[in-house]
Design a protein around this ligand. Structure first.
Ligand code: ATP
Length: 328
C-alpha cells in the first residue's frame, strides 16, 4: 500500500474502555505490517502536549489483547482545548516525525482531533472506544459489549439475593446521556422496568404503578435498571421516593459504578477492536482522513467527523418495545 505517511502516532483519550488494548495492538501491528513506524502517545492529548511519546514494536503490544484498561493510559486535557495547547502538541509530533494519527476514544476526543486536523492538516482517523455506545455512524463501540456483560453478570447475582428475600432492587448502571447499557442489560437481566436518559415520557407515577402492580400480582422480587443519567433521578433517589409511598417490598439499591469499565474484554470487543485497528491503518494509507471507523451491518465503514459531532446514536425503538412486553 503506497502512502506518504511514514510515522503513525496512536493514543487513547477520554474515558477508558475494555478493548482499547486490543485496538492499540491492531493499530501497531498493522502499521508495522505495512512498513510504517508506530509511536504510542501516553495519556492522550496530555502526553502529546508534554511530549510523552514512545516507539512501539510488534512485541511491545504482546500479551495485551486480553487486558482491560489501556497500556497507553488515558486522560482528559483542558490544555488541548486551547490553540496554544494544540500548537505545543503539533510541535512535539513534528519533533518525533509523526505524520498521521489514530485516536481511540469518545466524541470529545474526536472533536479535539477534528479541530487539530483542521488547523494542522495532519491525517487523522478515530476508533470509537467508549462503553456508552453513544456514537452515531457505528452500531457498536469498543468496550460496550464488555461493560454490558459485566452489568448483566451483576444483575444476575443481585437477582439471586432479591429472590431470597422478596426484595425490590434499584440497580444503577453507567450512561450519563446514553441508555444502551441500561436497556440491553435490563432486557438480558429480566428487569421489571428500565429507566434511560433518552426517555422523557415515563412519569414517576407510571413507574410506581408498575411496581405496585407487580407487588399485587405476587411477584417475588423485582429489579429496576436505571441509567445514571435518568431524568427521573438515580437509583438512590427513586428508591427513596418509592419507599415513601409503598411497603410491599424490602427496597435496596446497588450502584455498579466503575466496575463496568474494567475487566477482560469479551471476544466481541476484541474482534471489533482488531477489525477497527486494521481498518484505521488501511484507511489512513488509502487517504481516508478526518473520519471515524464504524461497523454497520457487519461491515467496516468510515464516517466523516461532521456526521459524528453533535449527533446522537439513538436507542432502537424495538428494544424499548421488547422491554415493555416482557416486563409484565
Ligand atoms: P467518553 O465518551 O468516554 O467520555 P470522550 O472522548 O468523549 O470519552 P471527553 O472528556 O469528552 O471524553 O474528551 C476527551 C478529551 O478530548 C478532552 O479532555 C479534551 O482534551 C479533548 N476535547 C474534547 N472536546 C474538545 C474540543 N471541543 N476542542 C479540543 N479538544 C477537545
Amino acid at each position: 500500500m503506497s502512502s506518504k505517511i511514514s510515522r503513525i502516532g496512536v493514543y487513547t483519550s477520554g474515558g477508558d474502555a475494555p478493548g482499547m488494548n486490543a485496538a492499540i495492538r491492531a493499530v501497531v501491528r498493522t502499521g508495522i505490517y505495512y512498513n510504517k513506524e508506530v509511536f504510542g502517545i501516553m495519556r492522550g492529548y496530555e502526553g502529546m502536549i508534554e511530549n510523552e511519546i514512545v516507539k512501539l514494536g510488534a512485541r511491545s503490544v504482546g500479551n495485551i489483547i486480553q487486558r482491560g484498561g489501556t497500556i497507553l493510559k488515558t486522560a482528559r486535557s483542558d490544555a488541548f482545548r486551547t490553540k496554544e495547547g494544540r500548537a505545543r502538541a503539533f510541535e512535539n509530533l513534528k519533533k518525533n516525525g509523526i505524520d498521521a494519527l489514530v485516536g481511540i476514544g469518545g466524541d470529545g476526543s474526536f472533536t479535539g482531533l477534528h479541530y487539530f486536523h483542521q488547523e494542522y492538516g495532519i491525517p487523522a482517523i478515530c476508533i470509537p472506544g467508549t462503553i456508552d455506545n453513544d456514537l452515531p455512524g457505528t452500531d457498536f463501540t469498543v468496550g460496550y459489549d464488555t461493560a454490558t456483560n459485566t452489568a448483566v453478570e451483576a444483575i444476575d447475582k443481585i437477582r439471586d439475593t432479591a429472590l431470597s428475600h422478596n426484595r425490590l432492587f434499584f440497580i444503577e448502571v453507567m450512561g450519563r446521556n446514553s441508555g444502551y447499557i441500561a436497556i440491553n442489560s435490563g432486557i438480558a437481566g429480566g428487569a421489571v422496568a428500565i429507566i434511560i436518559p433518552e426517555d422523557s415520557q415515563t412519569t414517576m407515577d407510571e413507574l410506581f404503578n408498575k411496581l405496585d402492580a407487580g407487588g399485587k400480582t405476587n411477584k417475588k422480587s423485582s429489579l429496576v435498571v436505571v441509567a445514571e443519567g435518568s431524568k427521573l433521578g438515580g437509583a438512590m433517589e427513586l428508591a427513596k421516593k418509592f419507599s415513601e409511598r409503598n411497603n410491599y417490598f424490602d427496597i435496596k439499591v446497588t450502584i455498579l459504578g466503575h466496575l463496568q469499565r474494567g475487566g477482560s474484554p469479551t471476544y466481541f470487543d476484541r474482534v471489533l477492536a482488531s477489525r477497527m485497528g486494521v481498518a484505521a491503518i488501511e484507511g489512513l494509507l488509502k487517504g481516508e482522513t478526518d473520519v471515524m471507523v464504524g461497523i454497520r451491518r457487519g461491515e467496516m465503514v468510515f464516517n466523516p467527523f461532521s456526521m459524528i459531532i453533535d449527533h446522537i446514536h439513538e436507542i432502537n425503538s424495538e428494544s424499548l418495545r421488547i422491554a415493555k412486553i416482557l416486563s409484565i
